[in-house]
Design a protein around this ligand. Structure first.
Ligand SMILES: [Zn+2]
Length: 238
């Protein structure tokens, strides 16, 4: 059927499908990039992007290089009390087992439009040592706050873990998850991936500094000035 012959409803549906397909392809591309960059051992990471009233997220148990756009799962609502049976198409693929903390991050921070979760090495090492990342470097401000906080341990898929993520992501865009990994969110999928890479680099640097034993931190006022400068000039160009 040509576009001209479509009713308005059909055209809206076709447009929606196109948008979803484009976003799903971008999620797959970022998943493959994450694997190729060595940011996620095995297939332990997951990626999502806001879509309509909910979000699209990678499915559980499908290798990234075998993902197809229609396997990317649509969680239709951010509501806590929404019946799980109605949250996604039960006849299709199941979402990542960590979908609940993606929802918690979207609930917590409206500026976050996409999320990357990985078990990247150095972020995970610090998270297993029970350490947050303090402002030893000005780029900590890229994560939106003066520290990259540590969410206390709770088993994956639990409400307790989601509640911890919600608290941490309210004031910032990235956090470490104790005995687990990291979560980074931004305005686009590409920026969320870039932030996850920044968090991993900062974790590596902080880990190395801890070996030296004398970590010097930036003051509150120095960090305030960095946040201000990021607002003015755009953090991605610094
Ligand atoms: Zn995980």
């Amino acid at each position: 059927m040509s576009l001209k012959k479509m009713s308005i409803d059909q055209k809206t549906l076709a447009d929606k499908k196109l948008t979803r397909n484009t976003l799903a392809k971008e999620i797959i591309a970022q998943s493959i990039y994450m694997k190729e960059k060595g940011l996620t051992p095995g297939h332990t990471g997951n990626i999502s992007a806001r879509y309509e009233d909910g979000f699209l997220i990678t499915p559980t148990g499908v290798p990234y290089n075998q993902l197809k756009p229609d396997q990317i799962v649509h969680i239709v609502s951010l509501e806590e009390n929404c019946d799980e049976q109605k949250l996604w198409d039960q006849s299709g693929f199941r979402p990542s087992s960590e979908w609940q903390f993606h929802r918690a991050a979207y609930q917590a921070n409206k500026s976050i439009k996409a999320l990357v979760h990985t078990h990247s090495n150095y972020a995970t090492i610090l998270a297993c040592a029970g350490k947050e990342i303090p402002p030893f470097h000005y780029m900590i401000a890229a994560a939106g706050a003066d520290v990259i906080p540590l969410v206390p341990y709770a088993i994956f898929g639990s409400k307790q873990l989601s509640d911890g993520v919600k608290i941490s992501m309210t004031g910032g865009k990235a956090c470490l998850l104790a005995h687990h990994g990291q979560l980074a969110g931004e305005g686009t999928l590409a920026k969320a991936m870039e932030l996850a890479e920044i968090v991993e680099d900062l974790a590596h640097q902080y880990w190395a500094l801890l070996q030296l034993g004398d970590v010097k931190l930036l003051s509150k006022s120095e960090m305030k000035a960095v946040h201000q400068k990021f607002k003015t000039y755009g953090q991605q160009n610094i």
